[in-house]
Design a protein around this ligand. Structure first.
Ligand code: SF4
Length: 350
């Protein structure tokens, strides 16, 4: 039984408070202590009565995932390796920019989707993360780096396919976006998927939801199926139809992630096809030059190619930004998260 209070919603805490014979506002205080005040010690929640705290402590604890290792990159990014209660590892990345900080959080230990360019794929799916484990990454990094919530953007883009752990990801999202919870703006939270049409439609029905990013990476079914096995089940036409139906709010755009790989998807013909494919969508495009990883034959694109690709998109009136792979030297860049486990090509922590 999970006895961790972290990850419980206000409704969960209200039920729990009721069970313990407390008045409803006590649950709200507890909720705010956890998510708003980042207070993870019952003893320090002095706005709650001693007897309530003691009864809580008899049945529950508050645990953040353990920081197993921190690797700082020369460009300021920092990768955190977390050990979960049952010994599984997940990684999260802290990415500072001039005007904001982005935390890239994992939603599964490992991943079942098998994308060719991704190191996490080689682990296979180990297990789903609970909402508390997803939020725990946020709060553990916030504590380690002394972050203020207002300055933080969150992307569910670390290890795992978030739409395949839908309920836990949505619970974590709702707490992060709740004004009484973490109180991040929902516009600052993005869910990135490898392209599952059912999940995209389901997310589109949510009254309150994050932004959506699609990891597209190819312009023909042939090349996309080679890079991303998910495309064999849900080819481009089906994926793009789900994207076109996704109900955007005013001013909102989808984000299209496109990892550029030399000679595979970085030609002018690819750029032109991409322009055509994306016509029906309101979107912006992130171009991410591929980072070579040991044991994978894919190559990083030439700089001139990246620039030419971007120029074509911009000429077609797209916002197309080249995202430098942050933290490449610590293997924290896109597709490189592979929590140090035997067989992943990295050394397990001592
Ligand atoms: S890129 Fe994302 S969806 Fe694809 S295997 Fe890696 S973690 Fe999974």
């Amino acid at each position: 039984v999970d006895d961790n209070l972290l990850g419980l919603t206000l409704a969960d805490l209200q039920l729990l408070g009721q069970d313990l014979g407390e008045r409803p506002f006590r649950a709200r205080q507890l909720y705010r202590n956890l998510y708003r005040r980042h207070c993870f010690s019952l003893a320090e929640m002095t706005d709650l009565s001693r007897s309530f705290r003691e009864r809580l402590a008899g049945r529950f604890t508050i645990r953040l995932p353990a920081v197993e290792r921190r690797d700082r990159s020369g460009d300021g990014a920092e990768k955190f390796l977390f050990r979960l209660d049952d010994g599984h590892f997940v990684e999260s990345v802290f990415i500072p920019d001039e005007d904001r900080i982005t935390l890239c959080l994992s939603t599964q230990a490992g991943c079942a989707m098998g994308c060719e360019f991704c190191a996490t794929a080689r682990l296979g799916l180990q297990r789903q993360l609970g909402a508390g484990e997803i939020l725990g990454q946020y709060y553990a990094i916030a504590a380690a780096r002394g972050l203020r919530d207002q300055a933080v953007n969150v992307v569910f883009m670390g290890m795992g396919e978030p739409l395949l752990n839908y309920d836990a990801v949505m619970t974590a999202f709702r707490i992060l976006a709740d004004p009484e919870g973490t109180a991040l703006s929902r516009r600052k939270i993005t869910l990135s998927t490898c392209g599952l049409p059912d999940g995209i439609r389901r997310l589109g029905l949510e009254p309150v939801r994050s932004r959506l990013a699609i990891s597209l990476n190819a312009t023909t079914d042939e090349s996309r199926s080679r890079l991303m096995p998910v495309n064999r089940r849900h080819p481009l036409a089906e994926l793009l139809a789900a994207c076109a139906e996704f109900p955007l709010i005013r001013g909102e755009r989808l984000t299209i992630e496109y990892v550029l790989i030399r000679d595979l998807n970085d030609t002018d013909a690819d750029a032109r096809r991409l322009i055509r494919l994306l016509r029906p969508l309101r979107c912006k495009i992130n171009l991410i030059p591929y980072n070579e990883i040991p044991g994978v034959l894919l190559r990083a694109p030439l700089e001139a190619r990246v620039a030419a690709f971007q120029t074509l998109l911009v000429a077609a009136h797209y916002t197309a930004i080249v995202r430098k792979s942050r933290g490449a030297d610590i293997r924290a860049a896109c597709g490189q998260l592979a929590a140090a486990v035997p067989g992943s090509g990295e050394t397990p922590p001592e």
